[in-house]
Ligand binder design. Structure first.
Ligand code: ATP
Ligand code: MG
Length: 421
């Protein structure tokens, strides 16, 4: 069994060292250990996200210890024992060892403890309940966290049903870790418990469930996890109008070989109805950010139709009207909708076009219209819109002189210079 990992660069940065030194100046050596994702991912050879630290020191001692060392201590979750240490702008969650006293599915009352094994018992999955000292020595109180992590087995600490009844977010965390680290056949008992208790997710704050879903969708290949989630009735609680997942699968499949990280928001778009209004309604429930909301609504737009035989001129027009993000989102969704196994090159050409897109600027403006005799007012916009439509229909190729001539012609056609709008 592995009982240590090599000391990793992230374990000995000046910031991490400052936090451990501060805590150990109060407690004894070993009073603080790394835990959670940073240990798990190190065991798996995967890059780490945030650094979580567990400690035997109570939150007030943690706060005092950090302050004594000149480190900012933010009481981010003090009732639950979490103090965030901020060093040079880098945050570390420092959480006192704890055991649950009572739980109600949403929040827990906790008691602090000095016992690492007790702390491990309230963590969600065995692979998340492995601790590492600052020198890389591991401790694995459940006795199977290291092995489960390496095998890609997502196993609840204790009985799945009980652990979900304590906190239903664990259903989504189960699928999230399955998507990221799962290998082999998923635990049937855990899946059954998720299915039986799926409805309880609806009682959680939507912000939390949506964040978990997006984290799940950021996994390199979340297809199996999403399928299992749908079959367990979990996806349907989050996305009431969930749709056929063929497009989602094709989208994820097309991702391989594409530059950049997986795009969880676009993947979500492939699971949403293709109907702007319906999407907006779901967005309201999910409480996504305005930017995400806007992007998903644009992605659900169906006109103008985007397809593999779309000419470059039509594509430029669409890009001009919708912007590069909405356009490439729609290309990738349409590509996914066209099914797996087709010729990727027309789609890639459209994506390349969006990638290099610099939005052309209409070479005339309101001042030109006024100089040509249009009085300031709504008619200026009307005339410019007509000129713009002409310029766009000619593929943005005309320069200022030609466009100015067109402007004058449009004003002539309008027949008056604006006494009536
Ligand atoms: P990531 O790499 O995404 O940060 P993580 O495993 O570190 O993954 P966090 O949400 O940062 O996830 O939580 C840190 C640790 O706290 C987890 O590894 C787990 O031990 C524990 N934990 C977090 N949320 C729960 C929960 N709902 N129930 C039980 N334990 C939890
Ligand atoms: Mg973490």
């Amino acid at each position: 069994m592995t009982d240590s990992v090599d000391v990793q660069p992230w374990m000995i940065t000046p910031q991490v060292t400052a936090v451990f030194d501060a805590l150990e100046a109060r407690g004894r050596r070993g009073c603080a250990r790394f835990v959670g994702g940073c240990v798990r991912n190190t065991l798996l050879g995967a890059p780490i996200g945030d650094i979580d630290i567990a400690t035997t020191l109570t939150p007030d001692l943690v706060t005092a210890a950090l302050k004594a060392a000149g480190i900012r201590a933010v009481p981010t979750g003090i009732d639950h024992g979490t103090v965030t240490a901020v060093v040079d702008g880098v945050p570390f969650e420092v959480t006192t060892l704890r055991r649950d006293v009572s739980t109600d599915g949403r929040r827990a009352v906790v008691a602090f403890t000095q016992d690492w094994a007790q702390d491990a018992q309230r963590r969600d999955f065995t692979l998340n309940a492995v601790y590492a000292d600052r020198d890389g020595t591991l401790s694995d109180p459940t006795g199977r966290g290291v092995a489960d992590g390496k095998a890609g087995a997502i196993v609840f600490v204790g009985e799945a049903r009980t652990r979900i009844e304590e906190d239903s977010l664990r259903i989504l965390r189960f699928f999230r870790f399955l998507a990221w680290y799962g290998q082999g056949v998923p635990d049937a008992g855990a899946l059954q418990a998720c299915e039986d208790l799926a409805g309880s997710i609806g009682n959680l704050p939507a912000e939390r469930t949506s964040r978990e879903l997006l984290k799940l969708l950021s996994a390199p290949d979340p297809r199996l996890a999403v399928e299992l989630m749908a079959r367990a009735g979990v996806l349907g609680v989050l996305l009431p109008a969930d749709r056929d997942r063929r497009e989602f699968r094709a989208l994820v499949g097309n991702d391989s070989g594409m530059p950049g990280l997986p795009d969880p928001v676009l993947r979500l778009a492939a699971l949403l109805p293709q109907d702007r209004e319906a999407v907006l309604q779901i967005m309201d429930r999910m409480r996504l950010s305005n930017a995400e909301r806007h992007r998903l609504a644009e992605a659900a737009e169906v006109t103008p139709v985007i397809g593999p035989d779309m000419g470059m001129k039509a594509a430029r027009e669409c890009l001009y009207l919708q912007g590069a993000t909405a356009f490439s989102d729609r290309v990738r969704l349409a590509w996914a909708a066209s099914g797996e196994g087709g010729d990727p090159s027309p789609w890639r050409n459209l994506l390349d076009l969006a990638e290099g897109w610099v939005r052309p600027v209409l070479p005339v403006n309101g001042k030109d219209a006024e100089a040509a005799g249009v009085p300031r007012g709504p008619l200026v916009g009307k005339v410019l819109a007509e000129v713009e439509a002409w310029w766009m229909a000619r593929d943005f190729g005309d320069g200022r002189e030609a466009v100015l001539a067109r402007l004058v012609a449009v004003i002539g056609d309008t027949g008056d210079t604006g006494d009536t709008p």
